[in-house]
Ligand binder design. Structure first.
Ligand code: GAF
Length: 362
């Protein structure tokens, strides 16, 4: 392609702080070295063509919510949200090449929406801020695709730094983003991802249902955001399910603070313990894990992981584990055997490294 601009857009692993973005709490993701490459060329005929994974989609720039429901809705949603925000999108050819598994809880959709937003903003010469582009990418998912996600993934993709996690505090608007060193590699540890192969669909009901439950509990307690809950509020809840959901939000917020301290002190034992108790909370109180994720976490802990947990929205996707590199093969063998014993397809196990935010390539 002539006059082609290229963007590298990472996926993300959330280290801890799950389901807190939509509750106005803090999260701690890293961008990872599995990424999406977006190649973009300007068109002026009002057509957008997108090539991805051997398929091609085409739509007009005046596409509207409801027009598309396949994978191309993510790109079309960005076109719609950008134009709605006043960016003059006149058309484009977009080629997407990815090393990020789709639906694995590693933010392949935020990589796509943020990458397309960066590319189209650049082609239009609009120079919108990353904060604005994060919200445009979120709008594409929320209002065009119909997946009611929070803002963590877009912020991770657009604001992360190599060698760091980004502490995102959604208690303020705009969210506060602060880098926190994440250098377990210097102490002989790696972060492994176990993609269970159970591919979730955020547009499906469970994620929305958790959001709704949390919003209802917050309103019952007279709170603007559930992450502001204290012990008194928790104890005042009488419904056991509501109490469990709120307990996750309260204890996970405490764990995020603990994890930040542990990262700064390079206290991997404490950090690992917080990962594992986060998983227990997501499994038992927030009820967003699944058998495959639980088995993956057990296999990791039995492979000398200092900690392990599901990452992302849940109901499938990936687990993460912090462990010595020489134990990764053991983990792979153990989790493959555990999956095979249950007649589940083999999971994919690989290591990831914290990486820079999305950037235009020279
Ligand atoms: C998904 C959502 F997209 C995020 O906004 C966040 O809520 C996450 O699930 C759970 O922490 O990735």
């Amino acid at each position: 392609m002539d006059d082609v601009r290229r963007w590298r857009v990472p996926g993300r692993v959330n280290l801890i702080g799950e389901h807190l973005d939509h509750n106005g709490g803090a999260t701690l993701p890293i961008a990872i070295d599995r990424s999406l490459l977006v190649k973009a060329r300007l068109r002026t005929d009002g057509t957008v063509n997108v090539w991805s994974r051997g398929e091609r989609a085409s739509f007009a720039v005046d596409v509207a919510p409801g027009d598309l429901s396949d994978w191309s809705a993510y790109a079309a949603g960005v076109v719609w949200a950008l134009r709605d925000a006043g960016v003059a999108v006149t058309g484009a050819d977009l080629v997407l090449e990815s090393t990020l598994p789709v639906g694995a809880g590693l933010s392949s959709s935020a990589a796509l929406t943020c990458g397309v937003a960066l590319a189209l903003d650049d082609l239009a010469g609009a120079s919108r801020s990353r904060e604005e582009l994060a919200r445009i990418a979120q709008r594409a998912e929320n209002d065009f695709v119909g997946a009611p996600t929070g803002l963590m993934d877009q912020y991770a993709v657009l604001f992360a730094e190599a060698g760091h996690a980004v502490h995102l505090d959604f208690g303020s608007d705009p969210p506060a983003a602060e880098p926190v060193p994440a250098d377990w590699g210097d102490d002989g540890l790696v972060l492994a991802v176990i993609d269970t192969g159970v591919h979730h669909e955020l547009a499906a009901g469970e994620y929305a249902e958790r959001r709704r439950e949390c919003a209802e509990i917050a309103s019952e307690l007279g709170l603007e955001r559930l992450a502001a809950i204290g012990l008194d509020g928790l104890l005042s809840l009488t419904d056991e399910t509501a109490k469990a959901r709120a307990r996750h939000v309260l204890t996970e917020s405490t764990r995020v603070r603990g994890a930040v301290t542990a990262l700064r002190r390079r206290d991997w034992t404490a950090f690992g313990a917080m990962l594992t108790s986060s998983h227990a909370s997501l499994r038992d109180d927030f009820a967003v894990s699944c058998e495959e994720l639980d088995v993956a976490v057990e296999a990791a802990l039995a492979s000398d992981a200092l900690g392990a947990r599901m990452t992302g929205g849940g109901f499938g996707g990936s687990a993460i584990a912090l462990l010595p590199p020489k134990r990764v093969d053991h983990l792979r063998a153990r989790v493959e055997a555990a999956f095979a014993a249950r007649s589940w397809a083999a999971p994919d196990v690989f290591t990831v490294h914290s990486s820079p935010a999305a950037a235009r390539l020279p």
